[in-house]
Design a protein around this ligand. Structure first.
Ligand code: FAD
Length: 476
């Protein structure tokens, strides 16, 4: 039997004809790409684990163009795959078969920024890092940050409801996104691009599209509430002997750092080994089983340093942490953050990576890594754990020299059953995409999935938007 992650059979969508190409060429002069070399990289995902065979890459610049494309594809029954920065990790961002790739890369204009309220409105294709730089010049920051910031786009972030490194402090996109403009499957433009913090006029439709992974509409513009740029930022890198001590450090940290705590992340010694081996990044402290990255952000450096000093003294004297280093200047802050941010990259050099992104009650998260190591024994090359402790979000990754169906069969459904046993989520922040769609029932009830199916049918009756993704095959 094929794996539940494998693609289902191609659905009976139309195939792209010469007439279709003529229409696309006229609608998007010079931006309807068919050169196989250019289309190729958009067919393959960041992890190089899923490859489609699309022959058309469309690069609209305006909402109107997206509307024209979708209206046409809807009438012709052509399937469409929205694509942002193509950094998604669940095989959602690339076609499975010959779906047309609709890239938002050229939709990269900032539409407005209100310096008083901190509300930014921009097109969906703006790269996250570019938005951050734009805002920093104006004394603001984006409420989200992630390792893929140099390539991922705000539309993709919203479509996946990306969490990332600042969620602990600024909350999820369900709270910070104030408005969205979305083009529906039949080309209608849904203008919910509000820039108001409060708006209770009926159902909050934009929420439906946050985390919908391109299955309900194409996001064309986003308005988002941005925090002020903190005047003082500190990063601490600490080492702990046990995960229990790490959790106690988290408790202490919340109590003593309070409102200035902006991130609490962890990685284990296996991650450190991969950073050393594959990226030549040196451990900034002595070797420990667990490492913590803590960030504080505030408005008064004396106040923040004092708080941090008290916390570190307490953590050291109570023997919760065994070693540590502090950074206040930007270059060292970057170096310490890279120990956490570049784990994903280090893993790609270790072999074929099976990636899991699990939410659990925080006291359980490392037990899963330990149990997985024991369960797999020598069959895996590396089993590593890292992630957003502050959000109860574990990234568990297993590598092997090459793709290994037998190994995969040992990991799944073991990991999903384990997660369900403790009422966890099988996808904390990456979404379901192609790879995880059929595991949805481990985290959602059948009636809930059935309602999702009804919403899909309502908004995209022909199912042309990102088929084979997010929803399980038994709904189709
Ligand atoms: P893509 O990968 O292009 O697309 C992702 C999904 O969104 C696809 O289903 C696609 O169809 C859909 N989509 C894209 N744009 C649109 C649109 N305009 N309208 C409708 N649907 C659309 N994720 C986290 O949550 N937290 C992390 O900390 C994190 N760290 C990462 C670190 C690295 C190094 C990498 C490679 C990835 C990381 N990710 C993380 C995963 C990924 O970066 C996020 O999911 C990101 O938000 C995807 O944005 P993107 O523009 O690359 O979207």
């Amino acid at each position: 039997a094929s794996s539940p992650a494998a693609a289902p059979r191609r659905l009976p969508f139309s195939r792209v004809t010469v007439e279709d190409l003529t229409f696309f060429g006229k609608t998007l002069p010079g931006r309807a790409i068919t050169d196989p070399d250019l289309v190729q990289s958009s067919n393959e995902d960041w992890l190089k684990s899923v490859r489609g065979s699309s022959e058309v890459l469309l690069r609209p610049q305006t909402t109107q163009e997206v509307s024209q494309i979708l209206s046409y594809c809807h009438s012709r029954n052509l399937a469409v795959n929205s694509q942002g920065g193509n950094t998604g990790l669940v095989g959602g961002s690339v076609p499975v078969y010959d779906e047309i790739i609709l890239s938002t890369s050229l939709m990269n204009s900032i539409l407005s920024f209100d310096k008083i309220s901190g509300i930014l409105t921009c097109q969906a294709g703006c790269v996250l890092e570019n938005l951050s730089l734009y805002l920093e010049e104006r004394d603001y920051i984006m409420p989200l940050d992630l390792g893929a910031k140099g390539s991922c786009q705000i539309g993709g972030n919203v479509a996946t409801n990306a969490g990332g490194l600042r969620l602990l402090r600024y909350g999820s996109l369900h709270g910070t996104v104030l408005g969205l403009e979305v083009v529906l499957a039949d080309g209608r433009v849904l203008d919910c691009l509000s820039t108001l913090r409060k708006d209770n006029t009926g159902y909050d439709l934009k929420q439906l599209f946050i985390g919908s992974e391109g299955t309900l509409g194409v996001i064309t513009a986003v308005s988002i509430l941005c925090p002020r740029k903190p005047k003082s930022v500190n990063v601490v890198f600490l080492g702990c002997e046990t995960f229990d001590q790490l959790l106690k450090t988290f408790q202490l940290c919340k109590g003593m750092l309070g409102e200035i705590l902006s991130a609490f992340e962890f990685l284990d010694s296996e991650c450190m080994r991969l950073l050393n081996t594959h990226l030549k990044l040196a451990n900034p402290i002595s070797d420990c089983p667990f490492y913590i990255v803590i960030e504080t952000s505030g408005s008064d450096s004396d106040h923040d340093s004092q708080k941090l000093h008290n916390f570190l003294e307490e953590a050291m004297t109570s023997l919760l942490v065994t070693d540590g280093t502090v950074a206040t200047e930007e270059s060292k802050i970057k170096t310490l953050w890279s120990m956490r941010e570049r784990v994903t990259e280090a893993l790609t050099h270790d072999g074929f990576t099976y990636k899991y992104d699990i939410s659990l009650p925080v006291e359980r998260i490392y037990q899963l890594v330990t149990d997985m190591r024991e369960h797999l024994g020598k069959r895996a090359r590396s089993v590593v754990g890292y992630g957003h402790v502050g959000d109860g979000n574990l990234h568990l990754n297993v590598t092997s020299p090459a793709k290994d169906p037998a190994l995969l069969a040992s990991i799944e459904p073991f990991i999903y059953e384990w997660t369900a046993k403790f009422q966890g989520s099988i996808s904390a922040e990456h979404g379901l995409g192609l790879k995880k769609r059929n595991y949805i029932y481990y985290s959602k009830s059948r009636p809930a999935v059935a309602v999702m199916g009804k919403m899909k049918t309502l908004l995209d009756p022909k199912g042309i938007l990102n088929p084979y993704k997010t929803l399980p095959d038994d709904l189709k």
